[in-house]
Design a protein around this ligand. Structure first.
Ligand SMILES: Cc1ncc(COP(=O)(O)O)c(C=O)c1O
Length: 442
């Protein structure tokens, strides 16, 4: 394991210099990951098939995981705080989920027919998520969102879709500053997140042509920024007034309590999309909602919508996901994880205050993001002046300390992490701020 980089006065004159030194140490400590990256670049663009997995100078290649830990190709052990961007809720080797998957594997995996497993997972989801009376499965959160949007267009006979600046609803439904050239070509109206006045004005202009409003209750990729209750309430009220469908993208946030984030807010949409952990760590996506909307997919109904997908009912996802919700991520466990995440984030924010440095963690429950900036963060606009080099340096230094976080500072706590892990994390972050405070403050 590489030792920490200690800034030497006179050598690391600024945060960029400190980052360059950290990169040199990282490169020297990870020859196998570097070799893997070099090989991968021959057949994959940038050595990569999931853009968010890349970070400079090259990403660590992971070899295995166990509980809350992962080991890379060079044999280094990490406490996993990335939690596969929230898909890794159960940790790497949850005994119950693994047993369920092993059991179905033993009985064969592709039947080309219904099985008992889809009903089990569907029953769990309908019991938990207040807006979901009926649900359909698919293979990713992106697909779930696309399905929810085409459903809204088909049901309402309209085509305008309100989305929010900074939102991420999937690889082809992404709204970062500057936009994305590879979005699916829906007729989007881009509204300002957490801005009641600005969004109300757009409703005044476009409301009666809106098919749907698609919103994350905590903007995840946008920096873990919670939607404020009065803002979400506005969306509910306006959707009803204009006859548009309100769709909550709870792909990440459904883990934030026993009834998802919607239950915690007490605001119920017309449709909800799910993904990530909901398949127990296997490929997963789901869209659901009011029975009168979802029953348009009932193949017994006249003029029903046809929704196929070879792997929509793949038994590993369904059995792993059902076992996880039935026996592991129970409503009680969801409450406890949310409380533990809130306490952990509170400790991180206390560090920023203790050192008097621009360091804070936004988020909700077990989802959070570290930012090197002071002041309230209510939308992506408030992140414009953040110190991204300090974040890059933090990332490499936490890796050197055996703690794996994402390059953008996002973290999703798994059920496998313990309070002792959090103590180690807080101590390492404290050390980092102590060592680099002077460089970060300027
Ligand atoms: C809020 C949200 N919606 C949708 C998606 C897309 O899910 P998937 O990567 O499974 O397509 C993500 C993925 O990060 C997400 O965070």
């Amino acid at each position: 394991m590489a030792s920490r980089v200690t800034p030497e006065r006179g050598r690391n004159i600024d945060v960029e210099g400190a980052y360059r030194v950290a990169e040199e140490r990282y490169t020297a400590a990870n020859p196998e990951s570097l070799a893997q990256f070099t090989r991968a670049c021959e057949s994959l663009p940038g050595g990569n098939t999931r853009t968010g997995m890349y970070y400079a100078p090259f990403p660590l290649a992971m070899a295995r995981g166990e509980g809350a830990y992962m080991w890379d190709l060079d044999g280094h052990k990490y406490r996993d705080y990335a939690g596969d961007f929230s898909a890794g809720l159960y940790g790497h080797t949850n005994a119950v989920v693994h047993a369920a998957v092993r059991e179905v594997l033993a009985d064969g995996v592709t039947f080309g027919s219904v099985s008992a497993h889809e009903e089990r997972l569907a029953t769990q989801i309908c019991a938990r998520v207040p807006s979901i009376e009926r649900v359909r499965f698919c293979n990713s959160g992106t697909e779930a969102n696309i399905m929810s949007l085409v459903t809204a267009n088909a049901v309402t006979g309209r085509s305008k879709i309100m989305v929010f600046e900074g939102a991420y609803h999937g690889g082809t439904l992404s709204f970062p500053p500057g936009g994305s050239p590879i979005n699916v070509p829906f007729d989007f109206i881009l509204a300002p997140f957490n801005d009641v006045e600005g969004t109300s004005a757009l409703f005044d202009e476009h409301g009666d042509g809106l098919s749907a409003i698609l919103v994350e209750l905590v903007q995840g990729a946008g920096g873990c920024i919670p939607g404020e209750p009065e803002f979400v309430a506005l969306l509910r009220e306006r959707a009803t007034r204009h006859g548009a469908l309100l769709i909550f993208d709870e792909v990440m946030t459904s883990r934030l309590g026993p009834t998802g984030r919607q239950g915690a807010l007490g605001i119920i949409p017309d449709m909800t999309t799910l993904g990530k952990y909901v398949g127990g760590g296997m490929t997963a996506g789901a869209f659901g909602g009011r029975a009168d909307i979802m029953d348009r997919y009932d193949p017994r109904a006249k003029d029903h919508f046809v929704h196929n997908g070879t792997f929509n009912n793949n038994v590993m996802t369904l059995a792993g996901g059902a076992a996880g919700l039935e026996k592991v991520f129970t409503p009680e466990a969801a409450t406890a994880l949310t409380e533990s995440g809130e306490a952990f984030r509170g400790r991180l924010n206390a560090l920023g205050e203790k050192h008097g440095l621009p360091f804070q963690a936004t988020g909700s429950g077990s989802l959070m993001n570290i930012h090197f900036i002071t002041g309230d963060i209510r939308s992506h606009k408030d992140l414009a002046g953040r110190n991204l080099t300090a974040l890059d340096l933090f990332h490499l230094e936490m890796i050197a300390a055996g703690i794996y976080i994402t390059r953008r500072g996002y973290m999703a706590l798994s059920l496998a992490l313990t309070e002792e892990d959090h103590d180690v994390f807080v101590a390492e972050a404290d050390k980092f701020l102590g060592a680099y405070g002077e460089l970060i403050a300027t």
